[in-house]
Write a protein that binds this ligand. Sequence first.
Ligand SMILES: Cc1cc2nc3c(=O)[nH]c(=O)nc-3n(C[C@H](O)[C@H](O)[C@H](O)COP(=O)(O)O)c2cc1C
Length: 376
Amino acid sequence: MENVNLSVVVLNRTFPNPVIPAAGPNVGSGKMVQRAAQGGAGGLLTKTISSVAAQVPHPNMARFGKDNLLNSELWSELSPETWFDQEYDISLNAAHEYQLPIIASVGYTTHDLATLGPRLEQKGINIIEFSIHYLDEKRIVETAQALRNAVSIPIVAKLSMHSGDLGEIAKLLDPYVDGFTCINSFGPTLMIDIERGTSPLGSQYGYGWLSGPSIKPLAIRSVFEVARVTDKPVIGVGGITCGEDVIEFFMAGASLVEVCTAAILKGPEVYGKIAVETAQWLDAHGYHDIEEIKGLYLNKYRHGQTVVTSINQTAWVDELKCKACSQCAKVCQFDALQAPLKQIASVNTESCAACGLCVSVCPFDALELRPLLHED
Ligand SMILES: Cc1cc2nc3c(=O)[nH]c(=O)nc-3n(C[C@H](O)[C@H](O)[C@H](O)COP(=O)(O)O)c2cc1C
């Protein structure tokens, strides 16, 4: 895809493509970071470390549906000494060999960040991402300040949905950080194996954090919410499995994206595959540079849109596109769509409530809402 430029400059670093790993077991060691580089990632990121190795419950990962995960992994089970003695060297070598920027993830207290931050900077890490996953609101700001005072390389705050209103948190953190990452896994959540009456996870109540496509709308909303209140770069993460997802995050205001669950379930080649699909989508839609679609939604809707509360629209069927599959009629809760077997769908405009559901379920893009007075 030579005619499409996927490279992005974020925090003064050039990423050859915008798809990089998110913190997780997919980058849980130097070897895994190396695999991410081989798999076509546009930048590297290393698993969250803290002052001590995490005591992780076992088991700690379970699949939910086809493409999601619940996990109770905490942070790295490897000690910071192991990372500084060997894993970062392997990771930095990969970054050097593949000419990729490298981000290190770290958590959680002011003490952790003030002591680990300078060591990461000294080691040659380009950017630090710090996680607020286990902190209350007051401590979030304190940790950001502590890291800001400790290092001169760019620092990025990784936000979690359960911390509160992410727009407000971003405003509080903005004076201290150079960017944001949205979002960490969502929860806690619970899944019960009904044959055994147990959770697949070994954590205290069997709780785990949800990731994968099921959290994508939360992540998109969060990127939008944060990008509305800051001009600093926002890194999008949550449920990315394909190029179209990258486009969606960029339209919401993301400058770069991270992938974790898809890399765990499908392997490290997924970074490169998603990047290629992103270029293909851009090419097919007449774009030459990923920057052209950045903030497309954000800039249109950052101040909201007019909310229509009266029914002044109706579903309309494009008969050339309708394939008579009858899915629209099945989901219509107002009896407004008729689609007897093998017949093109038709709309009863009297009963159509303009809810929009049929438009979103039609596999053939044959339905849209049109103003009621101008239906044909
Ligand atoms: C098994 C697992 C371990 C994770 N460990 C970390 C971690 O150590 N630090 C962190 O900030 N996020 C961690 N995450 C969250 C991911 O980095 C990411 O924010 C989240 O999973 C959403 O992206 P995804 O849907 O692409 O997985 C972990 C996620 C999973 C699935």
